[in-house]
Design a protein around this ligand. Structure first.
Ligand code: CP3
Length: 352
């Protein structure tokens, strides 16, 4: 075990140890708002080529840490590499987003398997490269999508606001849908375990579309239980690796997630009332976990005094608990680089 990394502020905070500085990293910190990213992305030809090229994906993973004083690197990849590895014809269409061959029949779920073990190898190789180049006081984060979010894309065949095809699928064929979640649970657990073995010091589960399950009163069956099963699988092998859960936009159900999913840290979106959430967790004698979030990416996009004040306000509201500063969702591609400099300066100068 690497002693220097163990004592980084990011890992300490995840492990419940108080640090004087609030650690910071940003979802989508490597991406199109950075000119150096756009250059490598062009060189790779496509987003998926970039994800599957370990040398180039390692380079873009490290780019934001060269430019900004961030505490952690998140591996450059995508949650949809799992369906890609299951032969679901993943494509990323310019200005539209992901497209996959939608699952339409139960037999497609029975037949679902990873093509072969080597498809996701470039992801682990990328982690190896980043780990060998990363400054030892910075941490490396691995990630995967949650089973519900990945299943939603696999059935819908694309991104969507309401995932209506997925909703009618699970309304009509709930047992079959649960079988899909179960299969994904295994693929995701293995993918995260392999990322840990390749150098990830913490992992995050992006259950980005959890709200769709929550609205249909299926949050427990479709998100809480599958997420917790993944964590059980990981903790059995690697009990010391901190796990961040991000069931985005579930509002009043965040405490339910905390109580029933064995996460070390809860990442929250920008729409929650922080005080209400923390009060609720104390009243309910919630476990002592760490929190991550939750600046609105739109506020980062616009910058200025509102960015400074909103950042201080978040730091203040989370000051009674262990907190990792992050956004409520990913960096927007039009975000000026100088706004990120201002954000980090504000956090670094702030004192509890
Ligand atoms: O946070 C990071 O910096 C790590 C990299 C990362 C990416 N995607 C890179 C990416 C992570 C953690 C993700 C997770 C992801 N991917 C999620 C969960 C988080 C969320 O955003 O809700 C989801 C739902 C996806 C699926 C996905 N990938 C969509 C819907 C899109 C298209 C939207 C867009 O911004 O174009 C992607 C593409 C994608 N993933 C890009 C990046 C940097 C943009 C690709 C490009 O450069 O053209």
């Amino acid at each position: 075990m690497n002693k220097i990394n163990k004592s980084s502020d990011f890992i300490k905070t995840l492990n419940g140890i108080n640090t004087s500085d609030t650690p910071i990293w940003l979802m989508r910190q490597a991406g199109r708002y950075l000119p150096e990213y756009r250059k490598i992305r062009k060189e790779a030809g496509s987003f998926l080529n970039l994800c599957m090229n370990p040398k180039l994906s390692a380079e873009v993973t490290l780019q934001p840490l060269e430019r900004f004083d961030l505490d952690a690197a998140i591996i450059f990849s995508d949650i949809l590499t799992i369906p890609m590895a299951c032969n679901r014809d993943l494509k990323f269409i310019e200005n539209e987003g992901p497209s996959l061959k939608p699952i339409e029949k139960e037999s497609e779920i029975f037949d679902l398997q990873l093509k072969n073990n080597s498809v996701l190898e470039p992801v682990y190789e990328c982690l190896n490269i980043v780990k060998s180049q990363l400054n030892p006081d910075k941490s490396l984060i691995g990630f995967a999508g949650g089973p519900f979010t990945i299943a939603a894309y696999m059935i819908e065949g694309r991104g969507s606001n309401d995932f209506s095809k997925c909703v009618s699928f699970f309304n009509n064929y709930e047992k079959t849908f649960l079988k899909l979640l179960k299969k994904l649970e295994i693929f995701i657990s293995n993918h995260l375990i392999k990322q840990i073995e390749a150098g990830a010091e913490a992992v995050q589960i992006f259950e980005s579309h959890a709200r769709i399950a929550a609205q249909k009163n299926k949050f427990r069956e479709f998100c809480i239980e599958p997420n917790n099963n993944i964590i059980k699988n990981i903790k059995k092998k690697y009990p010391h690796i901190p796990i961040i859960g991000f069931p985005r936009n579930v509002d009043a159900l965040y405490p339910d997630y905390v109580k029933n999913v064995n996460i070390d840290c809860l990442s929250v979106d920008q729409n929650i009332n922080i005080k209400k959430l923390l009060d609720n967790l104390i009243i309910n004698k919630g476990r002592n976990i760490c929190f991550q979030g939750n600046l609105d990416p739109e506020i980062l996009l616009h910058g200025g005094n509102n960015l400074i004040n909103s950042t201080k306000n978040i730091l203040e509201k989370f000051s009674s608990v262990n907190h990792i500063f992050n956004l409520g969702h990913g960096v927007i591609k039009e975000t000026p680089v100088k706004n990120i400099d201002l954000l980090i300066k504000t956090i670094r100068e702030w004192k509890k």
